[in-house]
Ligand binder design. Sequence first.
Ligand code: GAR
Length: 186
Amino acid sequence: MVKKNTCIFISGNGSNLKNLILSSRSSNFPIKVSLVICNNINANGIIYAKKYNIPYIFVNTKFKNHENKIFYYLKKYKISFICLAGYMKIVSKKLIKKYQRKIINVHPSLLPKFKGLNTFARMLKNKEIKAGCTVHYVSEKLDSGIAIVQKKFFIDKEDDEKVLKNKTQKLEYLAFPEAIIKVFRA
Ligand code: GAR
């Protein structure tokens, strides 16, 4: 199997990045993590790029032209697939168009519910019964692309934001690799 050169975009902790790197080590997993792009110089997730010898770059999204740097490196590493894994910036229409159906994101809610930020606080406030995660294609509208995989759980009475995040992320570690397999099987 020829694995697709994939770039993972991160901003923070990088636990999904780590999980995707480990998944991609299996010979029949469709992607190879070839590049990591990070917009936060203090992101913990960079330790996984270093540990597993994956090239990484930082971009400063404060600069208007930062996407030129992104495009340069995507080309350099022949990237044909992108995973947004906790990348807390909105990517440009140009990038989405170039990677149509080849750019996916993980979101910590059962989309279309709770798009955007602070999902867990809003779920609790809303007295939701279920929570979960969605891996979806990235489209021009925030958190609105077609869902590929969704996984849910029932919220316990005593679950606070931290617990919800933990439970959600455990599901993300299953959903993200599953979604990638699905994308390339389609
Ligand atoms: C993930 O839980 C992901 O769902 C969320 O950020 C976390 C990153 O965790 N993404 C968003 O909220 C995007 N709107 P990680 O850095 O440990 O993978």
